[in-house]
Write a protein that binds this ligand. Structure first.
Ligand SMILES: Cc1cc2nc3c(=O)[nH]c(=O)nc-3n(C[C@H](O)[C@H](O)[C@H](O)COP(=O)(O)OP(=O)(O)OC[C@H]3O[C@@H](n4cnc5c(N)ncnc54)[C@H](O)[C@@H]3O)c2cc1C
Ligand SMILES: NC(=O)c1ccc[n+]([C@@H]2O[C@H](COP(=O)([O-])OP(=O)(O)OC[C@H]3O[C@@H](n4cnc5c(N)ncnc54)[C@H](O)[C@@H]3O)[C@@H](O)[C@H]2O)c1
Ligand code: SF4
Ligand code: FES
Length: 807
């Protein structure tokens, strides 16, 4: 019997994935013909962003090469646009004059980018970002022109903007909304993203409606409806997509926004199906590949005559593919009536996490700065598991009660045909097969074997969990990862190179170590600044612009754009004179709130940025470093001075420690406490360094943390005298400074390197004295930053009022 004829219009990711699956489950069922408008075999459209950014090459993004079509006996007509479907005769005809009969027909025509119908939109230099041709046009333009404007601050617009920056263009992004990625992020995450991208060099024009494109033949600028305009040599429109429905409509198939399909991807006409961005299921036309692959899998089964439950719609997750920025969004992330959310925000680490709960179930999530929980949260959203009573733990990562919420539990519970890598349609079964049958034992090997994790990278944690699940932790090969996406060099290699080659600026490090992003990113720039300062306290000049906003401004920015001011109050002991001055300043500058902090200091909240230098001058007290990766506070109890249980003078010990180690840059913030007896009223056992007085001496505890990851400090040792407390503290801090990763709290560091190794390192008096010498040298070079700014006209003038965008 003759084989049935299957014809597909559209040679893109969704359609070809459906054919691949069909060939797997029903290899000899059909004679297959595919028409594709583009002159290429099927390629990974997702990776165009990486090609533009210079992280991939065109040759690397082909998904099915010409050979694949031949091997599978597929008649491929590239460069042919199907212009007609005759549903009576069951034929399709292309603009190249080819007519092919079909028994079954798949429409996988995808989408077209929406081009704003602005006057001047037909000028040279106005393009979209959708295919290889657009990508090539941008690369060519960057060789001749300087100023690029991207209209649209969504996923595509920002990925285009990052690529154009990498091509050394000056890039402005024009967005109609107040918030970038408003379809994927809440305002908080959006503002964090904006700040980060500004640091990378993008300029933003928000809440701007474009009116017309200026220029003669080639674009010269963009005018807005508010009368302002900006210059442009290239305009990229990234304002959304429209499903390609014209062909379907022309032959009487029901279309709405997309081609209307039922759960089996059948259109309103018999023997005609649709998958991909052109299809509309239950009122939704998807614009991400994961749901399109799910649709393809259902249609493949349908065409193979295999029973299927049908397609039920998808919850989607997205990850922005911009190096140095981690952004994840999934499900219904906006606060709505009936939802409640759990949020964690850490301005110092630049991390924000939000989980939205409705009726006891996780329905949406937004992550910024740390997206490692993305897969776990996405799985919870998809499974609709009841999390009542565990809402907070979900965000903090550890759910008690044996629920399947650790990464390894999640992958263990997945079915073999569940998709792990949405971008590349790779299932758990495919990955387990690659591990068991092809011997893959690292994420990179799995990437090479299956393409899982090769596109947006969002599935990397799940792939890693699968490896651990199948091979056990010992069986997994650890693969070298750099400190950020800009480099493959580890922290230790970088520090070693800084020492060996006497590198003293971040630019030099990036040059010498061949950074793939010459400007660096928000992860590596502050880290390099720290490592350089730690190795060369004298030679390295602090790179203020590399520091986070709070460190640059020496105050903590608050959610309304004002700042908080915390003066140094050594050991938490103040005087009536200091209190009087603080009160006077609070009155003079209308400070809306004065509050005691958890570390026994006074916080003046709500100070305008432009008032900061004057407030510091009037206070005439040193900076309390409440904003920095430095010694924050030494909390003390009253100790033997007043307390009847006190065995030592904890107050004086605290003051001495604070006076000695203030202003020292450390990998992450450092908090200390001194208690006058083991009753431990100053909570010394949840501090980075805790001191507890005992009869005839002191105990030193290290690695404690009372924040999001609660950790009890561990005993480093016992000493007899106050001088020894200072000596051991100095040696411990310097050892942490020299071996800690930038951003790593001592609680994480102690866990990573092990308490025993720290004890061993500090055991020798000789090593301790060398460490103390180095820390003393560094301390001798520190100055009070508030004083510096008060005294420097140039620095003073940087404290201008915030712009609307900064707020
Ligand atoms: C730069 C970029 C980055 C992206 N990044 C991501 C990402 O990180 N994650 C994610 O999930 N998604 C991403 N996407 C979206 C993703 O690429 C699309 O969802 C996916 O490619 C859609 O697949 P499709 O097969 O439905 O459509 P398409 O890939 O558009 O394929 C349809 C094909 O049909 C052809 N065609 C149309 N009409 C005809 C006709 N009449 N005759 C012949 N051929 C025709 C088209 O030319 C096209 O080649 C990105 C998109 C872009 C542009
Ligand atoms: N990492 C990823 O997952 C990724 C990357 C690129 C593209 N994509 C997909 O490709 C498709 C296209 O992406 P997109 O970003 O163009 O679409 P989009 O619809 O997601 O975003 C378009 C953005 O443009 C803005 N906009 C609309 N009109 C505007 C105007 N006149 N001026 C300025 N801004 C305007 C909108 O507010 C919106 O935020 C989407 O389906 C997207 O999901 C995904
Ligand atoms: S820790 Fe001991 S000395 Fe200090 S206040 Fe408490 S009981 Fe008194
Ligand atoms: S989900 Fe994007 S690469 Fe796997």
């Amino acid at each position: 019997m003759d084989k049935k004829r299957l014809v597909m219009v559209g040679n893109g990711m969704a359609g070809v994935s459906c054919i691949e699956q069909l060939l797997k489950i029903h290899p000899h069922g059909y004679d297959i013909s595919i028409f594709g408008k583009e002159p290429h075999p099927n390629y990974n459209r997702i990776l165009l962003s990486k090609v533009l950014a210079g992280d991939s090459e065109m040759k690397d993004i082909v998904l099915n090469d010409w050979e694949w079509y031949k091997e599978n006996k597929i008649n491929l007509y590239t460069g042919h646009t199907v212009t007609k479907i005759d549903t009576q005769k069951r034929t399709v005809t292309s603009d190249g004059g080819i007519t092919v009969p079909y028994d079954e027909l798949i429409l996988a025509t995808g989408s077209t980018p929406f081009m704003l119908p602005l006057p001047g939109a037909d000028k040279d230099g106005v393009i979209a970002f959708r295919d290889i041709k657009d990508c090539e046009a941008m690369i060519a333009a960057s060789k001749q022109y300087k100023k690029a404007v991207v209209i649209g601050g969504g996923l595509l617009g920002l990925e285009a903007a990052r690529g154009l920056l990498n091509l050394n263009m000056e890039v402005s992004v024009v967005h109609i909304n107040r918030y970038l990625m408003n379809m994927q992020l809440d305002p908080t995450a959006s503002l964090l993203l904006q700040r980060e991208l500004e640091l990378q060099g993008m300029k933003f024009y928000l809440e701007k409606q474009s009116e017309s494109i200026l220029g003669k033949h080639r674009v010269a600028g963009l005018r807005f409806t508010d009368g302002t305009s900006i210059e442009a040599d290239l305009i990229v429109m990234a304002v959304g997509i429209r499903p390609n429905v014209a062909l379907a409509k022309s032959c009487g198939i029901e279309v709405n926004r997309g081609i209307v399909v039922n759960d089996f991807m059948e259109t309103s006409l018999p023997h005609i199906y649709s998958v991909g961005e052109c299809a509309e299921h239950n009122g939704v036309a998807y614009g991400l590949v994961a749901p399109l692959y799910e649709q393809g899998a259902v249609l493949a089964k349908r065409l193979a005559g295999i029973e299927t439950e049908g397609y039920k719609g998808s919850v989607v997750s997205t990850k922005l593919k911009v190096s140095g920025v981690d952004v994840f969004s999934a499900g219904r992330f906006a606060d709505e009536p009936g939802t409640r959310s759990v949020r964690v925000q850490d301005d110092f680490e630049g991390v924000y996490k939000k989980v939205v709960i409705r009726d006891g179930k996780v329905v949406g999530a937004v992550l910024f700065g740390d997206t490692s929980d993305g897969s776990r949260l996405f799985s919870l959203i998809r499974k609709g598991e009841d999390v009542t009573g565990k809402e907070k733990q979900i965000l903090l990562g550890a759910v008690a009660g044996g629920s399947a919420t650790s990464g390894v539990d999640i992958v263990a519970a997945m079915d073999a045909d569940e998709i792990v890598c949405g971008c590349n349609g790779v299932s758990k079964g495919d990955i387990v097969g690659a591990i068991r049958e092809k011997g893959c034992s690292s994420v990179n090997e799995i990437k090479a074997c299956t393409k899982a994790s090769a596109s947006c990278g969002g599935c990397k944690p799940l792939v890693a969990d699968l490896l651990t699940h199948v091979l056990g932790a010992e069986g997994v090969k650890t693969v070298k990862e750099g400190i950020c996406g800009c480099t493959l060099h580890s922290r230790d290699e970088i520090v070693e190179a800084i020492r060996r080659m006497r590198l003293t600026t971040s630019k030099e490090v990036m040059n010498v170590l061949d950074w793939n992003n010459p400007e660096g990113c928000s992860k590596c720039r502050p880290a390099l600044n720290y490592y350089l300062g730690m190795v060369w306290p004298e030679l390295h000049e602090d790179e203020r612009e590399s520091r986070f906003v709070n460190e640059r401004n020496h105050a903590n920015i608050q959610k309304d754009g004002t700042y908080s001011v915390v003066p140094r109050i050594y050991g938490g002991v103040t005087t009536p004179q200091d209190l009087q001055r603080i009160a006077e300043v609070a009155l003079k500058y209308n400070v809306p709130m004065v509050k005691f902090t958890g570390g026994q200091r006074l916080d003046l909240l709500g100070v305008a940025k432009e008032d900061l230098p004057n407030v510091w001058a009037d206070l005439d007290m040193p900076s309390g470093y409440a904003y920095g990766k430095a010694l924050r506070t030494v909390k003390t109890c009253v100790g033997s001075t007043f307390c009847r249980f006190g065995t030592q003078d904890s107050i004086q010990m605290g003051i001495d420690l604070e006076k000695k180690f203030e202003r020292l840059n450390t990998p992450a913030k450092v908090k200390m406490a001194v208690s006058g007896c083991p009753r431990n009223c100053a909570e010394s056992t949840i501090k980075d360094l805790g001191v507890i007085a005992i009869d005839g001496g002191w105990e030193l505890y290290v690695g404690g943390n009372g924040g999001t990851k609660l950790r009890g400090a561990e005993l480093l040792g016992k000493v007899k005298t106050e001088d020894e407390v200072l000596e051991w503290t100095g040696a411990y801090l310097q050892y942490y400074r020299e071996t800690g990763n930038y951003g790593e709290r001592t609680s994480e560091w102690v866990e990573r390197v092990g308490l025993e190794s720290i004890k061993t390192a500090l055991a020798s008096a000789e090593t301790r004295s060398a460490l103390v010498e180095r820390i003393e040298h560094t301390l001798s070079l520190t100055n009070d930053p508030w004083k510096e700014i008060i005294e420097s006209q140039a620095l003073h003038s940087t404290f201008k009022p915030l712009t609307a965008q900064e707020v």
